[in-house]
Design a protein around this ligand. Structure first.
Ligand code: ZN
Length: 203
């Protein structure tokens, strides 16, 4: 906790070869001992209704380009859109495996490769299929005087966690165009068992 307290709010601006200047802010929204990240592109906090993405870390998708999920591609699409607009706020949360953690995710993925869906795989290894909470994001936004956002998401839990905590949310869907069979299968599970808003054409 001291570690987080010491570095919370630290900022550094890096230059991304893809998305230009990105200001990285140290934050803490998850149980991760070394904290989370808020990525500012442009001046999102000065916008009326900033474009926001709440991304949960997915090492397999974000770093290793797993075809099994859409996480890495969603991250890229969100940053592409922010870059295009010139402004955006990305919360990079250390919720790998939807909060189950990396080791549990490896275990769940072994079952998924063998055909189990991403809900049942979590049940089988004894971790909650959905273990995330997004209310801390609402507190951060409120603290910055932001009460209305445009949120890139298919997950109603995110907009509900924010709305319940005083943030007005306009939802913008974030879907892979013509997904392949692995992602279609994931979308079917997300629509059926996690109640994500995913059009039938994508499943
Ligand atoms: Zn993923």
């Amino acid at each position: 906790m001291d570690y987080i307290k010491k570095f919370l709010g630290a900022k550094a601006t890096i230059t991304s070869s893809k998305w230009g200047f990105l200001t990285m802010e140290a934050a803490s929204f998850t149980p991760a001992v070394d904290g989370d990240l808020i990525v500012h592109l442009g001046k999102p906090l000065e916008q009326n209704e900033p474009l926001v993405r709440i991304h949960s870390e997915c090492l397999f998708g974000d770093v290793f380009h797993s075809t099994f999920c859409d996480c890495g591609r969603q991250l890229e699409m969100a940053l592409d859109r922010m870059h295009h607009e010139g402004n955006g706020l990305l919360f990079y949360l250390r919720f790998d495996g939807r909060g189950a953690g990396l080791a549990a995710k490896v275990s769940a993925t072994a079952l998924e490769v063998a055909g189990t869906d991403t809900y049942e795989s979590r049940m089988a290894i004894g971790v909650p299929p959905e273990g995330r909470d997004f209310t801390g994001i609402a507190r951060y936004l409120q603290g910055k005087g932001i009460h209305k956002i445009r949120l890139l998401t298919n997950n109603p839990q995110k907009s509900e966690d924010l709305s319940r905590n005083g943030i007005e949310v306009d939802v913008i869907p974030l879907l892979i165009e013509s997904p392949d069979e692995d992602v279609r299968r994931l979308y079917r599970t997300k629509a059926l068992k996690f109640h994500h808003s995913i059009p039938r054409s994508c499943t």
